[in-house]
Design a binder for this molecule. Structure first.
Ligand code: MG
Length: 459
């Protein structure tokens, strides 16, 4: 097995053709099916993004699932959150999503979803891997599962989003927004234009063909959104929107063609939801991860919400949102979660919330950004020794005026800045990330972490 095959809590990803093969996909799909079957629900929803390997792996996955006696409902090329919602809709025992999210074109992946529509946790993921390693029990000729299509999953998803009380569809339609859209040839091409159409928007699109041939790095980071920025300017659009290939992350470009950074997606969405729930007052709770920008924390505090941070990772945020009965939250990377809809990052939801907020504010995207406190985020990495405890102790001693949080590496927080130092989950490195009112302040925090890290490495 190639070393590029990477196993995670709720699935695995690898390079197509070398380590991720139809045989491997079929075996792990069969294991997920056996797991669902053993819980008494032998029904699995299958969906995928637009990658060139998707159709091939979908056939292999369906075969694996049917071979253990699972019935399969194939929802086709749709956003990841559409599959999660379909699992709930069909009361399925599991969901299987074939997507490597924002990873480059040579990758694909299996993502396992539980009966609650949330990605599998560590225990369930380990149980599926165990079944895969031993070879799940296969059905005989009379026990093979069935396969059917569900072409309504996306429509149901969009209906649910547009039916949310937080979203004033009439107000959005009245504004007749012109939206420049970049779906990077992923699954967004089939889902975001129909959503925008229902919201009365005019769309200037690039990368709407769902052929999986990404013309740029597919992560919706500011440095990858140059074409979208130019499209906004050339078309005179009110806003630019970019989604990642599996449509769970949304990034924005202002009306002057400038990518504003993914953190603003969640900040604006949080403002939209809290605004719609003003009567809830201080009982509203917002949950984000430890590395999410202060622009989201500011939004929650200004609108009187309780603010909770969870360890990095969608599963951690999802669990915290459930435990805290959160009203809204997500991840600063453009992943908006509204538990009233579903506990999972959802870009169609993000699109509707952002347009709602823009319609209500009456201003432009750059006005909204200008009204927020600006921060600079600086990221760095360094070599990881065997033990990070001494580094954390030195950091806590150096910054004794900060509030430490050790649930996920070490995060030191002040009112207007923070430093987060954590081991990478995939590489032997330490990640250092800081946010402060100015780039110089953020640089200084990262420089201090770097200096204390190097002290520990010197003999
Ligand atoms: Mg994604």
């Amino acid at each position: 097995m190639s070393e590029t095959l990477m196993i995670s809590v709720s699935g695995m990803r690898g390079h197509v053709g070398t380590d991720l093969t139809p045989e491997l996909v079929a075996r792990h799909a069969a294991a997920l099916g056996a797991w669902a079957r053993s819980a008494g629900r032998p029904l699995v929803v299958l969906g995928r993004d637009a990658r060139t390997s998707g159709a091939m792996f979908a056939q292999a996955a369906a075969s694996g699932l049917m071979s253990v006696g699972c019935d399969v409902i194939d929802v086709g090329v749709v956003p990841t959150p559409t599959v999660q919602l379909a699992v709930e809709h069909h009361h399925a025992g599991a969901g299987l999503i074939l997507t490597a999210s924002h990873n480059p074109i040579e990758w694909n992946a299996l993502k396992f979803v539980g009966p609650d529509g949330i990605f599998l946790d560590a225990d369930a993921g380990a149980a599926v891997r165990e079944l895969a390693s031993h070879g799940p029990p296969r059905a005989g000729w009379d026990g093979i599962g069935s396969l059917r299509r569900d072409d309504e999953a996306l429509e149901r998803h969009l209906d649910l989003v547009l039916g949310l009380p937080e979203i004033d569809v009439a107000a959005i339609r009245n504004r007749r927004f012109h939206v420049a859209l970049d779906c990077v040839h992923g699954a967004g091409g089939g889902s975001i234009p129909p959503l925008l159409e229902r919201l009365g928007c005019r769309v200037t699109g690039i990368g709407l063909e769902m052929d999986g041939r990404f013309p740029r790095a597919p992560e919706p980071l500011p440095e990858n959104l140059g074409d979208l920025g130019r499209s906004v300017l050339a078309s005179g659009a009110d806003i630019g929107m970019a989604v990642d290939p599996d449509v769970d992350r949304l990034a924005l470009v202002d009306e002057q063609g400038r990518p504003i950074g993914e953190d603003y997606t969640l900040a604006f969405a949080v403002r939209a939801v809290l605004d719609a729930h003003r009567s809830a007052g201080s009982s509203a709770t917002v949950v984000v991860n430890l590395s999410t920008s202060l622009v989201v924390e500011d939004a929650a505090r200004e609108l009187g919400a309780r603010f909770v941070r969870a360890p990095v990772g969608e599963a951690n945020v999802a669990r915290a949102m459930r435990e805290e009965s959160a009203l809204v939250g997500g991840e600063g990377n453009g992943g908006v979660i509204l538990p009233a809809l579903h506990i999972g990052r959802d870009a169609p939801l993000g699109v509707a919330l952002i347009l709602h907020y823009l319609a209500r504010s009456g201003g432009s995207v750059s006005d909204l950004v200008a009204a927020s406190q600006r921060y600079a985020i600086v990221k760095a990495k360094g070599p990881r020794g065997a033990e990070l405890r001494p580094l954390y102790d030195r950091l806590v001693a150096r910054f004794s005026d900060a509030t430490p949080d050790e649930r996920d590496g070490l995060r030191l927080a002040w009112r207007d800045r923070w430093l987060h130092v954590r081991p990478s989950g995939t590489e032997p490195i330490v990640r250092m990330i800081a946010e402060a009112p100015t780039a110089a302040d953020a640089e200084a925090l990262v420089a201090a972490a770097r200096e204390l890290l190097s002290q520990g490495i010197q003999p």
